[in-house]
Write a protein that binds this ligand. Structure first.
Ligand code: MN
Length: 175
């Protein structure tokens, strides 16, 4: 069982990344972009991170597709997949990559759903939230990976779990 932190769109608010890493102690970190930090920032050491539309360090990759703990992940900010519109393009991208999990940001609205054999997680913006849950003041997602499930639990900036924002997805058993 491992715990992954998925976080996005802190827009230069580096302090919140530091405090959440310390509080949640994740095994692996995925940053979905718009950090407004540079690729060599020590906070990113050991983390998977991509470039958002507000990131100008070309050392940051646009897409990452690592296999972590036996799960194929598609990590992307989402602006090139036009996620502001709907998830049509992102779903095609996920099909192409045969991704189990897709982590994206850009909309600043949290979302967790299964579609077409992929689990899509938008952690929301930790610093500039929009949409239905913006009153939480910013969110990230902590995913507990077990052999049979991904449990997505959203957290607030003060590292408190939001009870109604917990989603369990059964892992496809691929032989
Ligand atoms: Mn953003």
């Amino acid at each position: 069982m491992t715990r992954w932190l998925v976080i996005s769109d802190n827009h230069g608010d580096r302090d919140i990344l530091v405090s959440l890493k310390a509080a949640l102690k994740p095994d692996t970190i995925f940053h979905c972009g718009d950090s407004e930090m540079t690729a060599d920032d020590p906070w990113f050491k050991g983390a998977y991170v991509v470039q958002g539309n507000m990131d100008f360090d070309s050392q940051l990759p646009l897409v990452q597709t690592p296999t972590v703990d036996g799960c194929k992940v598609l990590l992307t900010h989402g602006h090139y997949d036009e996620v502001h519109w709907d998830l049509t393009k992102l779903k095609l991208h996920a099909d192409q990559e045969q991704a189990d999990l897709v982590f994206f940001g850009h909309t600043h609205e949290l979302a967790a759903e299964e579609a077409g054999g992929h689990v899509f997680v938008n952690p929301g913006s930790i610093s500039q939230p929009r949409g239905e849950y913006r009153q939480l003041g910013g969110t990230c997602a902590l995913i507990t990976v077990t052999p049979t499930a991904w449990v997505v639990q959203y957290y607030t900036r003060d590292a408190q779990p939001v009870p109604e924002l917990k989603f369990t997805f059964t892992r496809n058993q691929k032989g």
